[in-house]
Design a protein around this ligand. Structure first.
Ligand code: NAD
Length: 358
């Protein structure tokens, strides 16, 4: 198989971790007889420095021509003083919008090899944590109009609009049900329908999609406040969590952080058509940038998601995940997941060790 992958290394540790992802993808290509063509482009602070814009038109064009987009991270203190409309983070929001990436998939998995890092009580962690949050990414209160801060009767008021139409709900629900069919066939739809009209429509449409086409998948509904609690009380009850943009933003961070290792967690953002975008969930970690200390495993596992979801290469994706686990079983750790009795390695060495195990 021949595929073009647009590389957006970005800022901070971005270039270091993406380089290790490329090392692993090259090892996959060699082992399985594929050809991956890597096309680098600028985003975030690196793009601001070179062109004045966080998302140059040439980057959007390079992404559109590619079969998949592979991103490191954007941002850092160097660009914190820039006006909000031109900050590095605008590059990320801009590319999601330009590519129509409405579905954000974030698996949170507690590897037995890293059980010691989990923030939950041992008896809760022992029940397992292997879930995926399917979050709607282009609608909801983050984009709804009208929105403003204005003065009314001498008082400043701020307001936003929480809004979804049924088509937006239907397409993300389908992604969740399809995802569940590849897993344990359970979807929990999370909303706040006891208070919000938007959520009442959400719940009704999710149920309709289920009843029409996905009766083989078990569907449950949960209020967001309860879901936040259940995630720490017993995350083993969840397989796929389906939710909107703002609730998903918060719950997916919660689900990931309880595994204890930010540097381990990948993500995929997908639209109605290719290319999809794959990136680690963490940021640019300016505090350790350029020191060969970053954990590249979230980025490498994001390449695994790319192989599986963008290219349909399940055996190759399994091989990447197994190589990561074998590297951990062999006792190699970067600083963020270091434990007694393990061998401390840098970012580049970790990438090499995973590639070697392929
Ligand atoms: P961060 O995720 O960059 O870092 C939080 C902490 O985790 C830091 O101590 C960092 O050293 C550590 N860390 C993160 N990734 C790591 C890895 N792979 N290996 C080892 N340690 C790792 O979050 P932050 O400090 O809040 O943000 C830093 C910058 O990143 C900001 O400019 C922020 O806007 C940006 N950011 C970007 C994205 C993105 O590009 N998707 C996401 C979040 C934050």
């Amino acid at each position: 198989m021949k595929k073009t992958i647009c590389l957006l290394p970005g800022d901070g540790i971005g270039p270091e971790i993406v380089a290790q992802g490329v090392t692993v993808l090259e090892a996959v290509a060699k082992k399985f007889g594929h050809e991956f063509d890597f096309v680098p482009a600028l985003i975030g602070g690196a793009a601001i420095d070179a062109t004045g814009e966080p998302l140059p038109a040439a980057t959007v064009e390079a992404c559109r021509k590619a079969d998949a987009v592979y991103l490191g991270a954007v941002g850092g203190p160097k660009w914190d003083g820039i006006e909000p409309a031109r900050r590095p983070e605008k590059g990320l929001l801009g590319i999601r919008k330009a590519l129509g990436l409405f579905a954000n998939l974030r698996p949170a998995l507690l590897l037995p090899e890293l059980a010691g890092a989990c923030l939950l009580r041992a008896d809760i962690a022992a029940r397992g944590l292997d879930l995926i949050v399917v979050r709607e990414l282009t609608g909801d209160i983050y984009f709804g109009e009208p929105r403003a801060i204005e003065e009314r009767d001498g008082l400043r008021v701020g307001y936003n609009t929480m809004i979804y139409d049924e088509n937006e709900i239907r397409r993300i629900a389908k992604v969740a049900f399809e995802t569940a069919r590849q897993r344990r066939r359970k979807v929990c739809s999370v909303e706040k329908s006891n208070v919000l009209e938007t959520s009442r429509l959400w719940k009704a449409v999710v149920q309709e999609v289920h009843d029409a086409d996905y009766a083989d998948v078990e569907l449950s509904h949960m209020y967001v406040d309860n879901a936040a609690m259940q995630l720490v009380r017993d995350p083993s009850q969840f397989d796929v969590i389906l939710t909107g943009n703002i609730f998903g933003d918060i719950l997916s961070d919660e689900a990931s952080v309880i595994t204890g290792s930010l540097g381990m967690l990948p993500s995929a953002s997908m639209g109605a058509q290719a290319p999809a975008l794959f990136e680690p969930i963490h940021g640019s970690a300016p505090d350790i940038a350029g020191q060969d200390k970053a954990n590249p495993l979230a980025t490498i596992l994001s390449a695994g998601m790319m192989l599986r979801l963008a290219f349909g290469l399940s055996a190759e994706a399994d091989a990447v995940e197994n190589a990561v686990r074998q590297t951990l079983r062999d006792g190699f750790r970067t600083g963020d997941i270091m434990e007694d009795g393990c061998t401390l390695v840098g970012c580049a060495e970790m990438g090499r060790l995973v590639a070697e195990r392929l």
